[in-house]
Design a protein around this ligand. Structure first.
Ligand code: IMP
Length: 431
């Protein structure tokens, strides 16, 4: 069985660790959307790895990593990551493939993003300034540049004219001519010799591999509530972070996906603007941020922290068809007297038990909390369900009940690979 691992909240759920943990059961890890806005942190024997574009499966020798057509790629960022892996002794030769159909992020995309955010003023999204949104805009507007297009070496061919037109747009928006299209083209072409050996028909590769009986792990970035369609629009990223994105973003049929595992923190975080009903602005929010080291892996921005929002995770269970949940960072809640779980929203005179589709209405929602007792015995590093204090077990059991019926198949109790309880391996096809 193949498995899709994705975020069931607003990103930063700890997908990197879960993907890394599960990878030994798979031959291939395929990343299907987003770009280097993501930051997947993995700790192995005390060493920290932060991956942005390359799937965290790369840390396992022999595992092939594929970056699908649904991803947007800044080649410079990709090579920085390859170099960093090489420095840490990890060789990607013959193990990393990039779809010829993936779109390329160019330096003008970042300029356009900064201009757009400045124009939005108070209503800015708080994007990661990686050029992600403008690159997807070009893709949808059918003027984007794909990885395979860089092979065009003609002086006035399709690559040159696309870059000339796109740089024109950038310069008009910026009100200056600071960027020369010839420079952008020349810089991009310099990268081709290093890029070319990685370029592949990822869809065909996966199809053949699956027919040969190889198992694939589909890796999502960001999270369900940041999905372009199903997230809290417009405070979202520009790609399909939900399970459907795995099929379109890697060129596989939906039946290839197998089971879907949603990763959710034992509380909630969000980075950037947009509604977050359970946000804690006082000392408790600060406590979660400091204990959980809640600072962006890509941008270093402090994350907004709040109690577990079961309405949001229930919604993620529905739109992704989650078979199971991986609950991460349980240990961050160690030592608290009481915990709150948001089970519904109060919106004016109404009580909502489902996520409203209207973001303005969502922004006006107040959480309805259920209070549970905390635990004093630390869960940090626990590796068996029976090692958890009864109140922590009760908390997890209650999360399962209110999160749409997906069982907590994995519980993470620390940053290292082994600080994990694998409670239902059968649900993930691991036995
Ligand atoms: P963009 O993806 O840079 O366009 O940013 C859009 C929104 O998604 C912003 O609120 C970002 O903070 C958020 N975002 C993008 N990538 C991530 C991520 O990997 N983790 C958490 N939030 C993210």
């Amino acid at each position: 069985m193949n498995l899709c691992v994705l975020g069931a909240q607003w990103g930063d759920e700890g997908k990197g660790k879960i993907v890394d943990l599960l990878t030994p059961n798979f031959s291939i890890v395929g990343r299907y959307q987003g770009g280097h806005n993501a930051g997947h942190t993995v700790y192995v024997s005390g060493q920290k790895f932060v991956l942005h574009l390359i799937p965290s499966g790369i840390l396992h020798p022999g595992v092939v990593c594929a970056i699908g057509n649904g991803v947007v790629i800044d080649p410079t960022a990709l090579f920085a990551e390859v170099d960093e892996l090489a420095r840490l002794g990890i060789d990607i030769a013959g193990r990393l493939f990039v779809s010829e159909k993936a779109h390329v992020i160019l330096p003008y995309h970042r300029d356009i993003e900064l201009l757009a955010e400045a124009r939005r003023g108070e209503r800015k999204i708080g994007t990661t300034s990686r050029g992600i949104g403008p690159c997807y805009e070009d893709k949808i507007a059918r003027r984007g540049i794909r990885i395979g297009d860089i092979a065009d070496t003609t002086g006035d061919g399709p690559l040159a004219s696309a870059i000339r037109e796109n740089v024109d747009v950038r310069n008009r928006l910026a009100g200056n001519s600071d960027v020369r299209w010839q420079d952008v083209l020349a810089d991009l072409r310099k990268l081709w010799p290093r890029l070319q050996p990685l370029v592949s028909d990822v869809s065909l590769y996966l199809d053949r591999a699956m027919k040969a009986g190889k198992r694939v792990l589909f890796e999502g970035a960001q999270g369900t509530l940041l999905d372009i369609d199903h997230g809290t629009y417009p405070y979202v990223t520009s790609s399909s972070a939900t399970a459907g994105g795995a099929a379109t973003g890697l060129g596989v049929g939906p039946r290839a996906i197998g089971a879907v595992l949603g990763v959710a923190k034992a509380y909630t975080t969000r980075v950037g603007a947009g509604p977050l009903p359970t946000e804690l602005l006082g000392a408790m929010g600060e406590r979660l941020r400091e204990t959980g080291h809640e600072y962006g892996a890509s941008t270093g921005r402090p994350r907004r922290c709040g109690w577990y929002d079961a309405v949001a995770v229930r919604y993620a269970t529905r739109v992704n068809g989650l078979a199971a949940l991986a609950i991460t960072k349980l240990d961050v809640l160690d030592g608290l007297d009481e915990l709150e779980i948001c089970t519904a929203y109060r919106c004016g005179s109404e009580t909502l038990t489902e996520m409203p589709g209207d973001t303005a209405q969502f922004a006006a929602c107040e959480p309805v909390y259920e209070t549970l007792p905390g635990w004093k015995t630390p869960t940090k590093g626990a590796r068996r369900w029976d090692d958890l204090p009864p109140n922590a077990q009760h908390y997890i059991t209650r999360l399962e009940e209110v999160s749409g019926g997906a069982a907590a198949a994995i519980i993470s109790t620390g940053s290292e690979r082994d600080d994990t309880i694998i409670r239902h391996p059968e649900m993930l096809g691991l036995v």
